[in-house]
Ligand binder design. Structure first.
Ligand code: NAP
Length: 200
């Protein structure tokens, strides 16, 4: 797969930054990067979601806070958020995997930023978009790894479950204001859903 030069490139002892780290994607990426021996710094939007990481809503300058958490700089940024997050201070020859940019999906006008794009040249960065459907040929390999990691307890996850088909719009809007931890699911049918199911 042509995209694999960057996507599978967790190098041991890399500093990896993951945004929207309490979401379905970010939470898994953090754990996989740890398994691969990386140092992981993560951002999420509530203190409840923060572990060895920071709440981006409580910091005055995201870039400065990231600098404090990543004194050695960032080697790989797994981008889920966009906007100011994409101004993360990267190391020379750093890699950025752009999985999504949830902070800009609902913008009514295009944004002029990130403001530090010249760093792509000065730091010789590689930035690559990621779409899961490009990688279905690697699904079996992924599932083999996941089965092993889940059985060993090294991968854990949480889900947010909302009850009732009538609450689909609320659940969807909740994704943009951080109401979920892990995958946001809507349960239909007669069984009551717990607000948060912890499958850890
Ligand atoms: N490329 C692909 O194949 C692929 C596949 C699936 C998803 N994606 C993308 O990957 C990203 C993560 O998806 P996901 O399914 O893990 O997320 P998710 O479970 O849908 O959760 C979304 C989280 O994003 C955070 N968020 C929402 N608005 C934000 C904002 N303005 N600024 C910062 N954070 C914000 C919220 O958490 P906080 O509390 O932290 O704010 C929210 O809980 C999204 O951009 C999505 O579009 C890409």
């Amino acid at each position: 797969m042509s995209a694999s030069w960057i996507l599978a490139d967790f190098k041991e002892e890399d500093t990896v930054f993951v945004s929207a780290a309490a979401g379905a994607v970010g939470a898994l990426v953090c754990q996989i990067a740890k398994i691969k021996g990386c140092r992981v710094v993560a951002s999420a939007g509530t203190n409840e979601k923060v572990d060895a990481a920071f709440n981006y809503k409580e910091v005055e300058k995201l870039r400065l806070t990231l600098g404090e958490h990543c004194p050695q700089g960032i080697d790989l940024y797994f981008e889920n958020v966009g906007g100011e997050h994409l101004e993360a201070h990267m190391n020379t020859f750093g890699r950025i995997v752009v999985c999504g940019m949830i902070s800009v999906y609902n913008n009514l006008a295009p944004v002029a930023g990130p403001r530090n794009l010249p760093m792509i040249t000065t730091k010789r960065l590689r930035i690559q978009g990621f779409i899961v459907s490009d990688h279905y040929d690697r699904e079996e390999m992924f599932l083999d790894d996941m089965r092993e990691w889940i059985a060993a307890g090294t991968i854990r996850w949480r889900e947010t479950v909302v009850q009732g088909i009538e609450n689909v719009p609320r659940a969807f809007i909740g994704l943009f204001i951080g109401e979920n931890i892990g995958k946001m699911l809507v349960k239909v049918g007669s069984h009551q859903a717990d607000a948060v199911e912890n499958k850890a």
